[in-house]
Design a protein around this ligand. Structure first.
Ligand code: G6Q
Length: 553
């Protein structure tokens, strides 16, 4: 475990000096000087081929970054995670999403218990339930077959399954409609339900704590909708299942233990799509495909645990973020999947990276003196090319990009796929090599326009490709990012597994919610008070002063 801030480690200084030299180099030169560069800086892991050659690095950079990882104790911290030590030190918990994808034959003893049989027991129950829903053996209250699945959850209990469901649409049962409701904004639930037949609708309420304001509010409104439509409280048993760690709260909500799927406090919300939180995905794609999804994660876990650091793809991706954030001063990172079905991946990774590593206090509780997680953002290609790529190519900020693509199309429209991949490769090429003023002029561009049409290049990107978007390749991709995030957290000496930064806003919302529906005096800052009074007045004037909003818990 790093006991010294990374800045005080010997190789941080060496990286600084090295950066001063590298920053003056252009990717054009680096490629010209080193004909093996593309081959040698392309790595393989769990079915993914990852090209780092268009990064502003040399072989020395990799060596120095790997030394940094060694000096920060990455290998020991990684082992501590895989062994189930309580590395989430502010919540006193192990971090064991890797256990969720261990094969049945393995064991992992935490405390005095082997967690692997527990994981597989839940997976088996999920598989049994998912199969019954898929085959129509699980019927609604009126005897109708379930056709609609509505997942209610937020944050880690929504983004994972929602992203994966969209990603695996071509693997999903087309007779099922699967929707995700997360926002406490009533529009979300209303729009999700307005064309659904309640008698054919199953709600999967996902909440680790089963106390989250948004999820419980949506779940209660969904329950009211169902009861009012089907005319009986008894309908709940056939139309609601829960995924949670909080058995008591699930029972209190009215969902019987046999309709509940558990997971454990050692699974962080944003690391939970491979737990029972993925139930809606399993119903959509089937248990076998879901097990393939887990196998993909596991293959990447094995690579992360055993590959030498200098060829360890998640480690290298994690270290590259450190390189750009701490040495180049990059503040953002773009993720651009060239695959329509991965359109929610940027949002998913936003949470994974920013909630995990958006921290400014070290594990020891001291303020960090260096930058941590970048802002992650992105949109699918090619759409992004027609909006923000201008800035990527000619703007004043340096934004490293991850381009993600697949060799095989998911549809018979092969020419679309060729165009898609051509665009991905073209963007990476254009970013890296640009077009010089001389090249522009040589193309006959008038002198006045030359500066406008010049591309500096030297803008870094990673190309990640797998043969096809499958449950397996998707699982491996998610695990790749999970472990890259882990690596960054180790270097930055922060706890990647808590999220105290979301608490204050929740607490204040809990206080403000009932204040909106009363006339009592409120005590906030002048601005917040002014808005509460303004909203109250409008609410009363427009005759919307119904019952005051309930407290979250
Ligand atoms: C993820 C976070 C957060 C969490 C949501 C939902 O790592 O902890 O996004 O998943 O706040 O929490 P519940 O699952 O408890 O409703």
């Amino acid at each position: 475990m790093a006991t010294r801030p990374p800045l005080e480690l010997p190789c941080w200084g060496r990286l600084r000096e090295h950066h001063a030299a590298v920053v003056r180099r252009h990717l054009r030169e680096l490629f010209t000087e080193d004909p093996q560069r593309a081959r040698d800086l392309t790595f393989e892991a769990a079915g993914w081929r990852v090209d780092l050659s268009k990064h502003r690095i040399t072989r020395d950079t990799i060596q120095l970054l790997v030394q940094l990882a060694e000096q920060c104790g990455l290998a020991a911290r990684r082992e501590a995670m895989f062994r189930g030590e309580r590395i989430n030190t502010t919540e006193f918990r192990p971090v064991l999403h890797i256990a969720l994808r261990l094969p049945r034959s393995r064991s992992l003893i935490v405390g005095d218990q082997d967690v692997v049989p527990q994981v597989h027991q839940v997976l088996d129950r999920m598989a049994d339930f998912a199969t019954r829903v898929r085959l129509g053996a699980w019927k609604g209250f009126t005897g109708k077959r379930i056709r609609n699945i509505v997942n209610i959850g937020i944050g880690g209990s929504d983004l994972g399954p929602a992203m994966v469901y969209e990603a695996l649409q071509f693997h999903a049962d087309q007779n099922l409609r699967v929707r995700y409701v997360s926002n406490v904004d009533g529009s979300d639930l209303t729009l999700a339900l307005r064309d659904l037949d309640p008698a054919a609708t199953l709600f999967v309420v996902c909440s680790k704590t089963f106390t989250t304001l948004e999820t419980m509010t949506n779940a209660r409104s969904a329950r009211e909708w169902l009861i009012s439509q089907l005319g009986s409280e008894s309908a709940i048993a056939r139309h609601f299942v829960a995924v949670s760690t909080n058995q008591a709260a699930v029972r209190e909500f009215g969902i019987a233990p046999e309709n509940m799927f558990v997971f454990w406090d050692w699974v962080g919300g944003r690391y939970s799509v491979d737990s029972a939180i993925g139930l809606s995905v399993m119903i959509a794609i089937g248990p076998d495909a879901f097990r393939e999804f887990l196998a993909g994660f596991h293959a990447m876990d094995e690579h992360f645990r055993s590959a030498p650091l200098q060829r360890n793809v998640p480690v290298l991706l994690g270290l590259l973020a450190v390189w750009y954030v701490n040495f180049f001063g990059c503040q953002t990172w773009a993720v651009v999947p060239y695959e329509h079905c991965l359109r929610r991946l940027p949002s998913y990774l936003q949470q994974l990276v920013m909630e995990s590593n958006g921290k400014s206090v070290t594990l020891q509780g001291e303020a960090v003196s260096y930058a941590t997680a970048p802002v992650v953002w992105g949109e699918p290609g090619t759409n992004g090319q027609h909006s923000f790529f201008q800035l990527l190519h000619q703007g004043t900020v340096l934004v490293p990009c991850d381009f993600i693509g697949f060799c095989e199309a998911q549809t018979p429209l092969q020419h679309h796929h060729d165009l898609l991949i051509a665009n991905m490769l073209a963007q990476a090429e254009a970013l890296a090599f640009g077009r010089t003023a001389e090249e522009v002029a040589a193309r006959g561009v008038t002198a006045g326009l030359v500066p406008h049409r010049t591309f500096q290049g030297n803008r870094p990107s990673t190309i990640l490709m797998a043969p096809k978007l499958t449950p397996r390749s998707l699982g491996a991709l998610i695990a790749l990012y999970e472990h890259a995030v882990f690596t960054q957290g180790v270097i930055w000496n922060i706890n990647s597994f808590d999220q105290w930064g979301v608490e204050l806003g929740k607490e204040l919302a809990d206080r403000i919610a009932p204040e909106l529906g009363t006339n009592e005096e409120v005590q906030h800052d002048a601005s917040t008070t002014q808005w509460i009074l303004y909203y109250r007045e409008r609410r009363a004037r427009d005759g919307r002063a119904g019952k005051p909003p309930a407290r979250a818990n």
